[in-house]
Design a protein around this ligand. Structure first.
Ligand SMILES: [Zn+2]
Length: 85
């Protein structure tokens, strides 16, 4: 497989962001810890659980992947990998 160019890498990151979900729980208010936007909830029929769409969990808070990237200066794709996404 060819090495990812910059365009392909950012497309992969965007796809990862779109598929990022994390379970709804009572610890978080359902808002991004960085920008404060509310996440959409949806019922994941495969997991049979309510999930936040486009959210990643990190240190007990939830973030947009891009916001977490800004906040932590980490590679968002590596972060997603940590969460098995
Ligand atoms: Zn955010």
């Amino acid at each position: 497989m060819a090495k990812l160019g910059e365009d392909e890498a950012s497309e992969a990151a965007a796809a990862a962001a779109n598929s990022a979900v994390c379970p709804v729980d009572d610890d978080t208010a359902g808002v991004c810890a960085v920008c404060g936007d509310k996440f959409d909830k949806f019922f994941d029929s495969e997991r049979e659980a309510w999930m936040y769409r486009g959210a990643v969990r990190h240190n007990g808070s939830i973030y947009h992947p891009a916001c977490l990237d800004d906040a932590e200066k980490v590679d968002v794709r590596r972060t997603l990998h940590l969460y098995g996404l």
